[in-house]
Design a protein around this ligand. Structure first.
Ligand SMILES: [Fe+2]
Ligand SMILES: [Fe+2]
Length: 267
């Protein structure tokens, strides 16, 4: 609540885009999915807020719900302003088990943010769009960082209140939710790939992103960006650790691998 920023998506300093930048923005194949995801996020968090008894938590979670709804509004403003081809999909019926839906959503945000931080950095560095556009989206990234920090602390607090065994089981519970989040993400990617025929990135548009792209470089960006963004928060707070730790291990293995596969210097 202390780090809340007040703004109206309609009055943000949206830049004028020249034709090539406009075409690149319009060619991004996932705006419709992002728009839907933010609307769905707002709906889930709002539904969960109504079940929360603790007044302080209720206020914080309500604020998150309002921010998710504002993200959806921000995407809507962008779609309209720049004439992006994305429609408002009908909202699914949300699960009656709102607490599980909120937890699934929270772990999903941890995964999405970790990867999103890396993608954001690569896109920003490539100059895919003007910096003024990235400044606007940086606000959104900052809010997502606040959400995941809040979420992992809330999750730990919930378990701790249930006693020693529940608290000890947290890593296992978190692991199960992460697996579910990955499965959902793969499902979304598959659906996206099926639906997006005809509006894929053209080779030239994609090459702006993919020039010099390596998986290891991507992981390194995700890891470093995650660390940088999370370091802004109070050091006593928990931060999501599953993906950073997994990535740290993967990067160490990749480094060892590339070291071992170096050709031996000849005598
Ligand atoms: Fe959001
Ligand atoms: Fe969020």
């Amino acid at each position: 609540m202390q780090t809340y920023q007040d703004y109206d998506p309609n009055t943000l300093p949206w830049p004028e885009l020249d034709q090539p930048a406009l075409e690149r923005l319009r060619a991004v194949p996932f705006w419709q999915e992002v728009f839907y995801t933010e609307r769905r996020a707002g709906a889930i968090v709002k539904a969960f807020t109504e079940t929360v008894k603790d007044p302080v938590l209720k206020e914080a979670i309500a604020l998150q719900g309002a921010e998710e709804a504002r993200h959806a509004e921000l995407i809507r403003v962008m779609i309209t302003r720049y004439g992006i081809d994305a429609v408002e999909l009908p909202m699914e019926t949300l699960s009656a088990d709102v607490e599980t839906a909120f937890k699934d959503f929270g772990f999903g945000e941890c995964v999405d943010s970790f990867l999103g931080f890396g993608v954001f950095k690569i896109a920003r560095q490539s100059g895919f769009l003007p910096e003024s556009m990235f400044k606007i989206f940086d606000v959104l990234m900052y809010e997502e960082t606040r959400h995941i920090v809040f979420f992992v602390n809330w999750m730990a607090y919930q378990q701790a209140r249930r006693g020693f065994f529940a608290r000890s089981a947290l890593p296992l519970i978190a692991f199960r939710y992460y697996i579910r989040a990955f499965k959902r993400m793969l499902g979304t990617a598959r659906r996206g790939a099926e639906k997006n025929d005809g509006r894929e990135f053209t080779a030239t548009q994609a090459s702006i992103f993919l020039d010099g792209f390596t998986f290891r470089g991507f992981l390194e960006d995700c890891y470093a960006e995650n660390r940088r963004r999370l370091s802004e928060f109070d050091a006593e707070m928990l931060t999501p650790s599953f993906l950073p730790q997994l990535t740290e291990t993967a990067l160490a293995a990749l480094r060892l691998w590339s070291f071992r596969s170096q050709p031996q210097p000849s005598a």
